[in-house]
Write a protein that binds this ligand. Structure first.
Ligand SMILES: C[S@@+](CC[C@H](N)C(=O)[O-])C[C@H]1O[C@@H](n2cnc3c(N)ncnc32)[C@H](O)[C@@H]1O
Length: 212
């Protein structure tokens, strides 16, 4: 039986759930389950930032030290990485809100227009090319939730990705690119992947754009 796509799922299931008694399956294969997070009061407590593809949560800790008055919603779809992120955030990032979900489903159903101060996308998967964030329809939604004057920061170890992102930011999405440059070799790694790339001697690029 081919499972139907769910409307919404509250709770966690690590694998396909049976249809017994429910009349339908409620976990779409190859996607993270959709969580309804408790965002109650979050936006009254100060600025809220969003990290997409948080991995194991190194950045959440850095963010918490650098911006103790900002909350950080951390979205990660991999169960294994999410659990590490959760453990790390509990101990070291009190203002982080780890969520296991796919951004495509979670963001449209949970975040409203102009609600987010900063968006971070550290080392997104570069391939397939057509699935780069700046090429996807969800990008329009990400800009919609970003406040006027809000910033989007992306990093990559693929030079072509950096140039392409810059081009899309300016020409397709009408953002103002504030920074697009390689990181200094002595950069202290902020994420797990950044550490890996810097240790290999690769050049990492960072791009920051502003919503006018
Ligand atoms: C290359 S890793 C980078 C992880 C982390 N940002 C870092 O720099 O160490 C990309 C991460 O994005 C997550 N990811 C990719 N697409 C996603 C999506 N649609 N929703 C949520 N997470 C996603 C992956 O599971 C993976 O952990």
């Amino acid at each position: 039986m081919v499972p139907r796509k769910p409307d919404i799922l509250v709770g966690m299931q690590g694998r396909m759930s049976g249809t017994h008694g429910l009349g339908r399956a409620f976990y779409w294969p190859n996607q993270a389950p959709i969580f309804k997070a408790d965002l109650h009061g979050l936006f009254e407590r100060g600025p809220v930032d969003l990290e997409i593809g948080s991995g194991v949560g190194w950045f959440a800790v850095q963010h918490s030290n650098l911006f103790p008055h900002h909350s950080l919603i951390c979205i990660e779809r991999s169960q294994v990485r999410y659990l590490k992120l959760l453990r790390r955030a509990k101990g070291q990032a009190p203002r982080a809100l780890p969520i296991r979900a796919d951004v495509h489903q979670w963001v449209p159903s949970n975040l409203s227009s102009s609600s987010i101060e900063n968006i971070y996308i550290w080392y997104p998967n570069p391939y397939p090319r057509k699935q780069r964030w700046h090429r996807k329809p969800i990008f329009e939604r990400l800009l919609w939730i970003l406040k006027k004057g809000g910033r989007l920061t992306m990093a990559t170890n693929i030079e072509d990705y950096a140039h392409e992102a810059c081009h899309y930011f300016e020409k397709v999405w009408n953002l103002e690119v504030l920074k697009s440059e390689p990181l200094p070799k002595e950069q202290r790694p902020r994420t797990h992947f950044e550490k890996k790339y810097l240790e290999r001697g690769e050049t990492c690029w960072e791009i920051t754009a502003r919503k006018p």
